[in-house]
Design a protein around this ligand. Structure first.
Ligand code: B1M
Length: 210
């Protein structure tokens, strides 16, 4: 029988086939697609985020949960063609120039997406010019910069400075994160905030856009 709890639990368990099957059952029973998203798929990720933050879940498990959520989301999306999903805001995110690490950045993107934000994920090794182009093209409220190397942390400052040069800095909030990055560093380079993990990044973005 169609049941949103089963959708939610499949996501928490990272059960990709289960999430797809339960989502399909809910759709076939005539349930509202938005209800399936909010009370099933996203509700599951809302449990995963805090558990990951508390050290009760680990990266591979979070990635499986995200995969399960996406499997369900793909099915629901087909039914959503007629109306727009309400969005909390838009975030452009990328790993800065010279840095190829993307696991943490992708987790942050997933957490933001599952909390209702539109996320434009630029990828890795993104130079300041590309961030600026993305701001012009996508008009986000927030730009997220990730760096995992002490050497590439400097590219965060370059990116912020470039946004200033291009006259784009005032129209976005810039947040930064990554293992070597600190709150003090974010103040030093003129970012609007720092988050140590995905769950905190969601809270930070919510706070900045409130
Ligand atoms: Co590299 N690497 N790596 N690496 N790597 C580290 C970062 C390192 C600490 C390992 C070590 O020496 N102990 C070290 C950096 C030293 C330093 O600068 N202080 C290092 C090095 C030196 C290198 C190379 C230079 C190695 C070499 O070639 N000699 C090279 C650099 C390549 C480059 O980028 N140009 C390199 C390459 C690689 C791989 C390609 C092999 C691979 C990356 C694969 C990939 O990402 N697709 C890799 C990996 C996997 C790691 C470690 C082992 C794991 C990183 C990771 O994914 N962590 C890492 C050692 C470690 O951290 N234990 C290491 C899991 C992830 C969930 O956590 O990324 O911290 P994290 O993300 C967290 C938070 O930081 C935060 O939220 C995330 C979720 O909680 N966060 C944000 C991240 N971005 C955020 C953005 C936000 C907010 C929060 O807002 C926008």
């Amino acid at each position: 029988m169609a049941n949103l709890e089963l959708v939610k639990n499949s996501v928490i368990e990272g059960n990709v086939a289960g999430a797809a099957a339960e989502t399909k059952a809910c759709l076939e029973s005539g349930m509202d697609p938005l209800e399936i998203i909010n009370q099933g798929l996203v509700a599951g990720m809302n449990v995963v985020g805090p558990r990951f933050k508390a050290g009760e879940m680990f990266v591979p498990e979070v990635l499986m949960s995200a995969k399960a959520m996406h499997a369900g989301m793909e099915l629901v999306k087909e039914k959503l063609v007629d109306f727009e999903m309400p969005s909390e805001g838009k975030v452009v995110i990328g790993t800065v120039k010279g840095d190829l690490h993307d696991i943490g950045k992708n987790l942050v993107a997933i957490m933001l997406e599952s909390s209702g934000y539109d996320v434009v994920n630029l990828g890795v090794d993104i130079p300041p010019e590309k961030f600026a182009e993305a701001v012009k093209e996508h008009n986000p409220q927030v730009v997220g910069l990730s760096a995992l190397l002490t050497t590439t942390m400097l590219a965060m400052k370059e990116t912020i400075d470039y946004l200033k040069e291009e006259g784009l800095r005032d129209q976005v909030k810039v947040i930064i994160g990554g293992a070597p990055v600190t709150e003090d560093f974010s103040v030093e380079i003129g970012a609007d905030g720092y988050a140590p993990d995905g769950g905190s990044a969601v809270e930070l973005v919510k706070g900045l856009l409130a």
